[in-house]
Design a protein around this ligand. Structure first.
Ligand SMILES: Cc1ncc(COP(=O)(O)O)c(C=O)c1O
Length: 503
């Protein structure tokens, strides 16, 4: 972006002096000076930095004896802020929700028709087993064997599959059975790991910052050292990764999986395994999973979580699965029996034909073509706005956008987010992917401070609406020389409706 660069101070030129003063104001260094950050800190007691100020209690919120609010990081915060700016489910068509963590669910060219009804046989009115309907477990095992394990001696069976009511439920079931061990996660990664890792208080979360200079790649050699020196027992990562859009594949993935044979449990959240964008058309239909590199399905401690939410574009079905050694699945059956009681029975039955490999291939190719076109469109439009993406996504449907080159305060994710709300557009401030952001003493020090995540999950018309809004914000910043940027944010939530899902 070519913004006006302030001139050196000159008393003979009043405008230059004004520029300079404004420049000082806008180059604030700590969150105390930023309106957007103060709104975030004051939104809930759990948003106060831990270990810095004593934990305060919000008397309006903490009125139920013994109940503590777990904290409203991503999901609730972004929707509350959007509602304070006039967003509601009735007005949602006027808004562009580039914060959306779900793919569009409508028909796509070349994809099988979308399901429109499901049968309800009498049996389906009963509870399903906590590990899921056997025929669906078999269908999942078959699909993975067919896609990733042809010709290998060790094959998955239904005993390696546990059906769960959604990905987060799968993560919670897994987290609930992790013992008192060091559990490694990386920053940035999927927002829900924050609550999932802190809700189950036995495991000890150990963060690792991914380096943008290394394209946010997990450094496997360093991970091996950390296993030795820190005694990491479990590694959790989304792959492909939300929000960076990068994927560990090939040799690196093989090495990561190998850790599962050497005494470490590797948990890979593979919800975006189909959102891979090949350079050449003949490669459409290829997806990535650690299942390809597992040698013995019962000996290698590799845990895969996936489901219908993203790849099949059926987030509302809440039918997902965890794949791993038999002895993990029996543990998950136990945690599921007190956590959630199992996935919806009729929808499990309805899911079985959707896992047929021929059906899957058709879905996958249609999805990859459509989402690749959307990704390229968004990247091209961002480039036109001089917002080049340093590390373009090779997978997922997210753009991890670095705002550092914009003039302050538009260069921080929380202020950029607030400015876009004024233009009826939602994006997700990067700090929400810095697991446990509120615990930082100064949010300006977060490695995610300068970022926002833009989703190209929504239909293309919505993407254009949001990109137009970004264009307007940049134009306004330029025209007014940042005068109105960084202030004037609404704080009253007029209407409480359901939170926007931010994943
Ligand atoms: C990495 C990752 N894992 C899991 C999920 C969530 O799955 P579900 O909506 O089925 O709980 C998401 C959704 O946003 C995600 O981004």
């Amino acid at each position: 972006m070519h913004f006006h660069v302030p001139h050196p101070p000159s008393f003979s030129n009043f405008h230059h002096l004004v520029d300079q003063v404004r420049d000082v104001i806008k180059h604030y260094k700590t969150e105390k000076e930023s309106e957007a950050h103060q709104i975030f800190r004051n939104a809930a007691p759990s948003h106060q930095p831990k270990g810095f100020l004593p934990q305060t209690v919000n008397p309006d919120e903490e009125t139920v004896p013994g109940i503590e609010h777990p904290g409203s990081t991503g999901v609730i915060y972004c929707s509350d802020r959007a509602m304070a700016n006039g967003f509601s489910y009735t007005s949602s068509h006027e808004w562009a929700n580039l914060g959306q963590g779900a793919p569009e669910v409508g028909p796509l060219d070349g994809a099988p028709p979308r399901p429109t009804s499901i049968p309800l046989p009498l049996d389906s009115l009963e509870y399903a087993p906590t590990t899921g309907v056997k025929a669906l477990r078999e269908a999942v095992a078959n699909l993975y064997n067919h896609t990733y394990r042809q010709g290998k001696a060790s094959q998955y069976t239904y005993e390696n599959v546990c059906i769960v009511p959604g990905g987060r439920s799968g993560l919670s079931r897994v987290a609930a059975v992790i013992g008192d061990v060091y559990t490694s996660y990386q920053v940035p990664d999927y927002t829900a790991y924050d609550q999932v890792l802190s809700a189950f208080r036995r495991l000890v979360p150990v963060p690792t910052a991914l380096d943008p200079k290394n394209k946010y790649k997990l450094d496997i050699a360093q991970t091996k050292k950390d296993i030795q020196t820190q005694g990491l027992a479990v590694i959790l990562a989304s792959n492909p990764r939300n929000p960076t859009g990068q994927v560990i594949k090939g040799h690196d993935l093989k090495e990561l999986v190998a850790l599962g044979r050497e005494g470490t449990t590797v948990i890979l959240d593979e919800f975006y395994s189909w959102y891979i964008y090949p350079k050449h058309d003949q490669d459409f239909g290829h997806s990535i999973s650690s299942a390809e590199y597992v040698e013995d399905v019962n000996q290698d401690s590799v845990v895969i979580i996936d489901g219908l939410t993203k790849n099949w574009r059926l987030p509302g079905w809440r039918v997902c699965w965890v794949i791993g050694p038999k002895n993990l699945i029996t543990a998950l059956s136990q945690s599921g029996s007190f956590l959630d009681g199992g996935a919806n029975h009729p929808l499990q039955l309805a899911a079985i034909p959707l896992l047929d490999p021929v059906h899957v291939r058709q879905e996958k190719i249609a999805l990859q073509k459509h989402f690749k076109a959307k990704r390229d469109h968004v990247l091209a439009r961002l480039k036109e706005l001089h917002l080049d993406v340093d590390i373009p996504p090779s997978s997922t449907f997210y753009v991890w956008l670095n705002l550092e080159k914009l003039p302050p305060p538009l260069n921080n994710g929380l202020t950029f987010f607030e400015e876009l709300l004024k233009e009826q557009t939602i994006v997700i401030p990067g700090i929400f992917f810095d697991i446990n952001p509120a615990h930082r003493r100064n949010l300006f020090n977060s490695p995610c401070h300068h970022f926002v995540r833009l989703s190209f999950g929504p239909p293309i018309e919505d993407l254009d609406k949001g990109l137009d809004a970004i264009g307007r914000v940049l134009k306004k910043a330029k025209m007014t020389r940042m005068k109105d940027i960084g202030q004037g944010y609404k704080t009253d939530v007029e209407e409480i409706s359901e939170p926007v899902q931010v994943q």
